[in-house]
Write a protein that binds this ligand. Structure first.
Ligand code: COA
Length: 280
Protein backbone atom coordinates (compact mmCIF):
# COMPACT_ATOMS: atom_id res chain seq x y z
CA UNK A 1 0.00 0.00 0.00
CA UNK A 2 1.72 3.12 -1.15
CA UNK A 3 0.79 6.65 -1.98
CA UNK A 4 2.53 9.13 -4.22
CA UNK A 5 6.16 9.32 -3.25
CA UNK A 6 9.24 11.23 -4.27
CA UNK A 7 7.35 14.40 -4.91
CA UNK A 8 9.40 17.24 -6.21
CA UNK A 9 8.65 20.60 -7.63
CA UNK A 10 8.92 21.87 -11.10
CA UNK A 11 7.50 25.02 -12.58
CA UNK A 12 5.79 25.21 -15.88
CA UNK A 13 4.22 28.10 -17.65
CA UNK A 14 0.89 27.24 -19.17
CA UNK A 15 -1.97 29.24 -20.54
CA UNK A 16 -5.20 29.38 -18.58
CA UNK A 17 -8.66 29.97 -19.91
CA UNK A 18 -8.31 33.71 -20.34
CA UNK A 19 -5.27 33.27 -22.53
CA UNK A 20 -3.00 34.83 -19.94
CA UNK A 21 0.06 33.00 -18.77
CA UNK A 22 0.26 31.78 -15.23
CA UNK A 23 2.80 29.87 -13.26
CA UNK A 24 1.53 26.45 -12.42
CA UNK A 25 3.37 24.34 -9.94
CA UNK A 26 3.52 20.70 -10.70
CA UNK A 27 4.74 17.65 -8.95
CA UNK A 28 7.32 16.06 -11.16
CA UNK A 29 8.50 13.09 -9.14
CA UNK A 30 5.03 11.71 -8.45
CA UNK A 31 4.24 11.06 -12.07
CA UNK A 32 5.08 7.90 -13.84
CA UNK A 33 4.62 9.01 -17.38
CA UNK A 34 6.91 7.24 -19.78
CA UNK A 35 8.91 9.28 -22.22
CA UNK A 36 6.99 10.00 -25.36
CA UNK A 37 3.51 9.88 -23.84
CA UNK A 38 1.35 12.61 -25.31
CA UNK A 39 0.25 13.80 -21.88
CA UNK A 40 3.75 15.02 -21.18
CA UNK A 41 3.96 17.08 -24.36
CA UNK A 42 4.15 20.77 -23.70
CA UNK A 43 2.36 21.66 -26.89
CA UNK A 44 -1.37 22.21 -27.07
CA UNK A 45 -1.61 19.51 -29.73
CA UNK A 46 0.07 17.06 -27.40
CA UNK A 47 -2.37 17.73 -24.60
CA UNK A 48 -5.33 17.59 -26.96
CA UNK A 49 -4.18 14.20 -28.20
CA UNK A 50 -4.89 12.78 -24.74
CA UNK A 51 -8.30 14.43 -24.70
CA UNK A 52 -7.62 17.19 -22.20
CA UNK A 53 -8.36 20.87 -22.61
CA UNK A 54 -4.85 22.32 -22.48
CA UNK A 55 -6.23 25.64 -21.31
CA UNK A 56 -7.15 24.36 -17.86
CA UNK A 57 -4.11 24.33 -15.60
CA UNK A 58 -5.79 22.12 -13.00
CA UNK A 59 -6.22 19.34 -15.55
CA UNK A 60 -2.65 19.68 -16.72
CA UNK A 61 -1.42 19.61 -13.15
CA UNK A 62 -3.48 16.52 -12.40
CA UNK A 63 -1.99 14.69 -15.35
CA UNK A 64 1.44 15.51 -14.00
CA UNK A 65 0.60 14.51 -10.45
CA UNK A 66 -1.18 11.23 -11.15
CA UNK A 67 0.10 7.95 -12.53
CA UNK A 68 -0.42 7.36 -16.22
CA UNK A 69 -3.13 4.83 -15.43
CA UNK A 70 -5.41 7.69 -14.36
CA UNK A 71 -7.52 9.77 -16.68
CA UNK A 72 -8.98 13.17 -15.87
CA UNK A 73 -11.77 15.40 -17.11
CA UNK A 74 -13.13 18.74 -16.10
CA UNK A 75 -15.09 21.70 -17.31
CA UNK A 76 -17.65 24.35 -16.59
CA UNK A 77 -20.73 23.28 -14.64
CA UNK A 78 -23.14 25.36 -16.70
CA UNK A 79 -26.67 23.99 -16.89
CA UNK A 80 -26.15 20.37 -17.89
CA UNK A 81 -29.78 19.24 -17.91
CA UNK A 82 -31.11 15.99 -16.48
CA UNK A 83 -28.97 12.88 -16.40
CA UNK A 84 -30.18 10.02 -18.61
CA UNK A 85 -29.80 7.71 -15.60
CA UNK A 86 -32.77 7.58 -13.19
CA UNK A 87 -30.61 6.51 -10.25
CA UNK A 88 -28.56 9.67 -10.62
CA UNK A 89 -31.61 11.90 -10.83
CA UNK A 90 -33.06 10.13 -7.78
CA UNK A 91 -30.02 11.24 -5.77
CA UNK A 92 -30.79 14.92 -6.36
CA UNK A 93 -34.54 14.92 -6.48
CA UNK A 94 -34.75 17.14 -3.41
CA UNK A 95 -31.72 19.27 -4.21
CA UNK A 96 -31.79 22.93 -5.21
CA UNK A 97 -31.10 23.75 -8.86
CA UNK A 98 -27.50 24.75 -8.24
CA UNK A 99 -26.72 21.45 -6.50
CA UNK A 100 -28.44 19.45 -9.27
CA UNK A 101 -26.26 21.19 -11.87
CA UNK A 102 -23.11 20.51 -9.85
CA UNK A 103 -23.95 16.83 -9.36
CA UNK A 104 -24.89 16.32 -13.02
CA UNK A 105 -21.74 18.11 -14.23
CA UNK A 106 -19.59 15.90 -12.01
CA UNK A 107 -21.20 12.79 -13.52
CA UNK A 108 -20.63 14.11 -17.06
CA UNK A 109 -16.95 14.67 -16.29
CA UNK A 110 -16.65 11.28 -14.59
CA UNK A 111 -18.11 9.52 -17.63
CA UNK A 112 -15.78 11.53 -19.84
CA UNK A 113 -12.77 10.41 -17.80
CA UNK A 114 -14.01 6.79 -17.84
CA UNK A 115 -14.55 6.97 -21.61
CA UNK A 116 -10.84 7.80 -21.91
CA UNK A 117 -10.22 4.40 -20.32
CA UNK A 118 -12.59 2.77 -22.80
CA UNK A 119 -15.46 2.40 -20.33
CA UNK A 120 -18.96 2.56 -21.84
CA UNK A 121 -21.26 5.24 -20.41
CA UNK A 122 -23.20 4.03 -17.39
CA UNK A 123 -24.85 5.39 -14.29
CA UNK A 124 -22.64 6.50 -11.41
CA UNK A 125 -25.00 6.28 -8.48
CA UNK A 126 -24.50 8.01 -5.15
CA UNK A 127 -23.58 5.83 -2.17
CA UNK A 128 -24.86 6.06 1.38
CA UNK A 129 -22.02 8.36 2.46
CA UNK A 130 -22.19 10.49 -0.67
CA UNK A 131 -19.47 8.59 -2.49
CA UNK A 132 -19.74 7.90 -6.21
CA UNK A 133 -20.46 4.24 -7.04
CA UNK A 134 -18.00 3.56 -9.82
CA UNK A 135 -18.45 0.86 -12.46
CA UNK A 136 -17.03 -2.49 -11.35
CA UNK A 137 -13.27 -2.53 -11.77
CA UNK A 138 -12.86 1.25 -11.61
CA UNK A 139 -12.35 3.91 -8.97
CA UNK A 140 -12.10 7.67 -8.94
CA UNK A 141 -12.95 10.93 -7.30
CA UNK A 142 -15.10 13.96 -8.12
CA UNK A 143 -14.78 17.56 -6.97
CA UNK A 144 -16.52 20.81 -7.83
CA UNK A 145 -15.75 24.48 -7.46
CA UNK A 146 -18.42 27.17 -7.86
CA UNK A 147 -18.17 26.99 -11.61
CA UNK A 148 -16.28 23.82 -12.60
CA UNK A 149 -16.47 20.06 -12.05
CA UNK A 150 -13.50 17.70 -12.13
CA UNK A 151 -13.14 13.92 -12.12
CA UNK A 152 -10.18 11.55 -11.96
CA UNK A 153 -10.58 7.82 -12.55
CA UNK A 154 -8.51 4.68 -12.92
CA UNK A 155 -8.83 0.93 -13.13
CA UNK A 156 -8.71 -0.70 -9.70
CA UNK A 157 -6.07 -3.03 -11.10
CA UNK A 158 -3.80 0.01 -11.28
CA UNK A 159 -5.05 2.29 -8.50
CA UNK A 160 -6.92 1.25 -5.35
CA UNK A 161 -8.32 4.63 -4.41
CA UNK A 162 -8.13 8.31 -5.32
CA UNK A 163 -9.04 11.46 -3.41
CA UNK A 164 -9.39 14.81 -5.20
CA UNK A 165 -10.40 18.21 -3.91
CA UNK A 166 -10.45 21.50 -5.82
CA UNK A 167 -11.34 24.81 -4.21
CA UNK A 168 -11.10 28.53 -4.79
CA UNK A 169 -7.87 29.69 -3.14
CA UNK A 170 -9.56 32.30 -0.92
CA UNK A 171 -8.56 32.19 2.77
CA UNK A 172 -10.80 30.37 5.24
CA UNK A 173 -12.93 32.50 7.51
CA UNK A 174 -12.43 32.20 11.27
CA UNK A 175 -15.24 29.75 12.09
CA UNK A 176 -14.35 27.46 9.17
CA UNK A 177 -10.72 27.53 10.19
CA UNK A 178 -11.64 26.31 13.67
CA UNK A 179 -13.82 23.60 12.17
CA UNK A 180 -11.04 22.36 9.88
CA UNK A 181 -7.75 22.88 11.72
CA UNK A 182 -6.60 21.54 15.05
CA UNK A 183 -5.21 24.19 17.42
CA UNK A 184 -1.82 25.30 16.13
CA UNK A 185 -2.07 23.20 12.96
CA UNK A 186 -2.31 26.09 10.49
CA UNK A 187 0.27 28.11 12.43
CA UNK A 188 2.76 25.26 11.98
CA UNK A 189 2.44 25.30 8.20
CA UNK A 190 5.53 26.68 6.47
CA UNK A 191 5.09 29.78 4.33
CA UNK A 192 5.31 29.26 0.60
CA UNK A 193 8.42 30.51 -1.11
CA UNK A 194 6.20 32.33 -3.57
CA UNK A 195 2.46 32.90 -3.74
CA UNK A 196 0.37 33.65 -0.72
CA UNK A 197 -2.15 30.94 -0.07
CA UNK A 198 -3.74 30.68 3.34
CA UNK A 199 -2.15 27.76 5.24
CA UNK A 200 -5.58 26.80 6.56
CA UNK A 201 -6.90 26.57 2.99
CA UNK A 202 -4.00 24.30 2.07
CA UNK A 203 -4.91 22.13 5.06
CA UNK A 204 -8.59 22.09 4.06
CA UNK A 205 -8.01 20.80 0.53
CA UNK A 206 -5.51 18.22 1.76
CA UNK A 207 -7.98 16.97 4.38
CA UNK A 208 -10.88 16.80 1.93
CA UNK A 209 -8.78 14.82 -0.55
CA UNK A 210 -7.81 12.51 2.31
CA UNK A 211 -11.43 12.09 3.44
CA UNK A 212 -12.39 10.85 -0.02
CA UNK A 213 -9.35 8.60 -0.35
CA UNK A 214 -9.87 7.21 3.14
CA UNK A 215 -13.54 6.51 2.54
CA UNK A 216 -12.71 4.61 -0.63
CA UNK A 217 -10.09 2.58 1.25
CA UNK A 218 -11.88 1.95 4.54
CA UNK A 219 -15.55 2.83 4.15
CA UNK A 220 -15.27 5.18 7.12
CA UNK A 221 -15.70 8.93 7.37
CA UNK A 222 -13.19 10.92 9.36
CA UNK A 223 -13.74 14.33 10.84
CA UNK A 224 -11.47 17.24 9.93
CA UNK A 225 -10.12 17.40 13.46
CA UNK A 226 -9.20 13.71 13.38
CA UNK A 227 -6.72 14.20 10.54
CA UNK A 228 -3.24 15.65 10.84
CA UNK A 229 -1.68 17.28 7.77
CA UNK A 230 2.07 17.82 7.53
CA UNK A 231 3.16 20.05 4.68
CA UNK A 232 6.56 20.21 3.04
CA UNK A 233 8.85 22.86 4.50
CA UNK A 234 11.21 23.63 1.66
CA UNK A 235 10.81 24.99 -1.83
CA UNK A 236 11.57 21.53 -3.19
CA UNK A 237 8.65 19.88 -1.45
CA UNK A 238 6.21 22.64 -0.57
CA UNK A 239 3.55 20.93 -2.65
CA UNK A 240 3.91 17.62 -0.84
CA UNK A 241 1.83 16.70 2.18
CA UNK A 242 1.23 13.73 4.41
CA UNK A 243 -2.19 13.03 5.85
CA UNK A 244 -2.34 10.93 9.00
CA UNK A 245 -5.54 9.99 10.78
CA UNK A 246 -5.38 10.30 14.55
CA UNK A 247 -5.68 6.79 15.83
CA UNK A 248 -7.90 5.42 18.55
CA UNK A 249 -5.96 4.11 21.53
CA UNK A 250 -4.60 0.68 20.76
CA UNK A 251 -5.01 0.99 17.01
CA UNK A 252 -2.13 -0.03 14.78
CA UNK A 253 0.35 2.70 14.01
CA UNK A 254 -0.11 4.32 10.63
CA UNK A 255 2.35 6.28 8.61
CA UNK A 256 -0.41 8.02 6.70
CA UNK A 257 -0.58 8.76 3.02
CA UNK A 258 1.26 11.20 0.83
CA UNK A 259 -0.43 13.59 -1.53
CA UNK A 260 0.31 16.74 -3.43
CA UNK A 261 -1.07 20.23 -3.75
CA UNK A 262 -1.21 22.45 -6.82
CA UNK A 263 -2.49 25.97 -7.30
CA UNK A 264 -3.03 28.36 -10.14
CA UNK A 265 -5.38 31.04 -11.38
CA UNK A 266 -7.33 31.40 -8.16
CA UNK A 267 -7.78 27.70 -7.45
CA UNK A 268 -6.02 25.16 -5.27
CA UNK A 269 -6.25 21.38 -5.58
CA UNK A 270 -5.09 18.36 -3.61
CA UNK A 271 -4.86 14.85 -4.96
CA UNK A 272 -3.93 11.56 -3.32
CA UNK A 273 -3.90 8.03 -4.63
CA UNK A 274 -2.98 4.59 -3.42
CA UNK A 275 -1.77 1.88 -5.73
CA UNK A 276 -2.14 -1.86 -5.12
CA UNK A 277 0.99 -3.29 -3.53
CA UNK A 278 3.63 -3.90 -6.11
CA UNK A 279 1.98 -1.71 -8.69
CA UNK A 280 3.78 1.57 -8.81
C1 COA B 1 -16.99 14.55 1.37
C2 COA B 1 -16.44 15.95 1.36
C3 COA B 1 -15.01 15.86 1.78
C4 COA B 1 -16.59 16.58 -0.03
O1 COA B 1 -15.79 17.75 -0.18
P1 COA B 1 -16.38 19.18 -0.60
O2 COA B 1 -15.23 20.11 -0.74
O3 COA B 1 -17.48 19.55 0.29
O4 COA B 1 -17.01 19.02 -2.04
P2 COA B 1 -16.33 18.56 -3.41
O5 COA B 1 -17.08 19.22 -4.49
O6 COA B 1 -14.86 18.67 -3.40
O7 COA B 1 -16.65 17.00 -3.40
C5 COA B 1 -17.96 16.55 -3.49
C6 COA B 1 -17.89 15.19 -4.07
O8 COA B 1 -17.18 14.33 -3.20
C7 COA B 1 -17.64 13.01 -3.42
N1 COA B 1 -17.91 12.43 -2.14
C8 COA B 1 -18.88 12.75 -1.26
N2 COA B 1 -18.82 11.94 -0.19
C9 COA B 1 -17.78 11.09 -0.39
C10 COA B 1 -17.23 10.03 0.35
N3 COA B 1 -17.74 9.61 1.51
N4 COA B 1 -16.16 9.37 -0.16
C11 COA B 1 -15.64 9.72 -1.36
N5 COA B 1 -16.13 10.73 -2.12
C12 COA B 1 -17.20 11.40 -1.63
C13 COA B 1 -18.88 13.11 -4.28
O9 COA B 1 -18.57 12.72 -5.60
C14 COA B 1 -19.24 14.57 -4.22
O10 COA B 1 -19.84 15.10 -5.35
P3 COA B 1 -21.30 14.63 -5.84
O11 COA B 1 -22.14 14.51 -4.62
O12 COA B 1 -21.73 15.67 -6.79
O13 COA B 1 -21.04 13.27 -6.47
C15 COA B 1 -17.28 16.87 2.26
O14 COA B 1 -18.62 16.57 2.06
C16 COA B 1 -16.97 16.86 3.70
O15 COA B 1 -16.15 17.63 4.11
N6 COA B 1 -17.64 16.02 4.49
C17 COA B 1 -17.42 16.06 5.90
C18 COA B 1 -16.73 14.82 6.29
C19 COA B 1 -17.60 14.07 7.18
O16 COA B 1 -18.77 13.91 6.93
N7 COA B 1 -16.99 13.59 8.25
C20 COA B 1 -17.66 12.76 9.14
C21 COA B 1 -17.86 13.47 10.44
S1 COA B 1 -17.87 12.31 11.72
Amino acid sequence: MKAATSISLSMSRVAHATGQWADVQMTAGARRTPAGCARMDSTAAGWQSCGVDPADPILRWLLHALPTHCTVAGGAIGEPGPSPYPEEEAAIVQAVARRRDEFRAGRIQARQALARLGVAAAAIAKGAAGEPIWPAGFTGSISHTDDCAFAVVASTAAVRAIGLDVEADAPLDGPTRKFVCRPGEAEAVPALTKDDIDPAKRILVAKEAFMKLNYALTGTLVDFLDIHIALGDSEADEQAFRATPFLAAGAAASTGYEGCLGWSSGRIAAVMYVCPAGNL
